[in-house]
Design a protein around this ligand. Structure first.
Ligand code: NCD
Ligand code: ZN
Ligand code: ZN
Length: 348
């Protein structure tokens, strides 16, 4: 049995840090083990241009604990109005690394999102030209499409066409949740990749719905049946460079989760790499964790790999019941339960 695992320092290619007082918690957690993270722009209002990304980046940098060299990689939120010029300016900034497509209404704070893909063709053309990846929340939003089918329908009805229309555009299908998505990405060109969360590797919809409804497992895209979970485990542990780590750690205060109409999002950043290690270990694939966590994302984004390392130890510990989160409480995924892995020198 492996009890100690040293990895090149990992990065998180999809995280929500939120803003204001929340940053104190989220930035410390992200920077605990990750050198860099792709910062999702779905604030209210969203991060739509380079000036807004610059200001948000400064707030994140200011929230870093002393000695932290955590580097936020900023992302623009695409709207129907995003222009080719917006993309060129973002690329020129050096700190904006991607732009995110939220179909309007698909998820938390997506009201400003794109209503018709045609509206962003000029922006996508510019992204393709400057080599800026398009990050996609891949779900259709029509009320009549079953929530468990929304990812597959997005792939079939929109993504296949989009990828064919912009063959040189780098595309990351974010937080994939289905065998269909894993298959689509595997068979697409080298310009198409995907992030996979720890919670979609560790859980399926039974964990959320069988024996009681558990709001802290509710996220979007929603957890699917276990055959999809197995397909995601296959993809993540395959050694394919098309699949890499993106936690989609998405905090919402306890009172916004434990309520009649609760928000979507799981908080995993406090122990992200530990949760991934648990998932990979279930497949006896700890040897595949470093590529997934520390190599493939940087390679896809055209950024250098990190140079330092972290060490995971098999050392069971109990997750706190909650964390302070601005003026409120934040319930982490696995609150009060045991995690088997711990990062040497990093405390939750
Ligand atoms: N994943 C989620 O369930 N929620 C995310 C939004 C997103 O990534 O879709 C959030 O911002 O809360
Ligand atoms: Zn999303
Ligand atoms: Zn997200």
């Amino acid at each position: 049995m492996i009890d100690r695992l040293t990895l090149l320092r990992p990065d998180d290619w999809h995280i929500h840090l939120r803003d204001g007082a929340a940053l104190q918690r989220t930035v410390a957690d992200a920077g605990r083990t990750f050198a860099r993270a792709i910062i999702m722009p779905n604030l209210v209002p969203p991060v739509r241009n380079t000036a807004e990304a610059d200001q948000y980046r400064e707030r994140i940098l200011a929230a870093r604990p002393a000695q932290s060299d955590f580097e936020p990689l900023m992302v623009l939120y695409l709207t129907d109005k995003t222009s080719a010029q917006d993309i060129k300016a973002a690329k020129a900034s050096g700190f904006v690394h991607a732009a995110k497509l939220y179909p309007a209404g698909a998820t938390t704070n997506s009201d400003y999102g794109v209503t018709q893909l045609e509206a962003i063709y000029p922006a996508l053309e510019a992204m393709s030209a400057v080599g800026m990846p398009l990050l996609v929340h891949g779900e259709v939003t029509h009320a009549d499409v079953d929530i468990f089918d929304r990812e597959k329908r997005f792939i079939d009805e929109q993504l296949i066409d989009l990828v064919a229309r912009f063959p040189n555009l780098k595309v990351v299908l974010e937080h994939i949740t289905t065998a269909d998505a894993a298959e689509f990405v595997s068979s697409a060109s080298a310009n198409v990749a995907a992030t996979i969360t720890a919670h979609h590797l560790l859980y399926n919809r039974n964990h959320m719905l069988a024996g009681g409804i558990r709001p802290h497992f509710y996220c979007l895209p929603i957890l699917k049946r276990n055959t999809h979970q197995e397909a995601l485990l296959d993809a993540a542990t395959s050694g394919s460079s098309k699949f890499f780590l993106g936690t989609d750690s998405a905090p919402h205060a306890q009172n916004a989760k434990e309520i009649a109409c609760g928000c979507a999002g799981c908080y995993t950043a406090y122990a992200a790499i530990e949760l991934y290690a648990e998932a990979f270990e279930q497949r006896q694939a700890l040897d595949k964790l470093e590529g997934f966590a520390s190599h493939f994302g940087a390679d896809f984004y055209g950024l250098p790999r990190n140079q330092d390392s972290i060490t995971l130890l098999r050392e069971p510990w109990t997750v706190p019941d909650s964390f302070a989160f601005a003026e409120q409480e934040l319930i982490p995924l696995r609150a009060g339960e045991t995690l088997n892995w711990r990062v040497l020198g990093a405390q939750a």
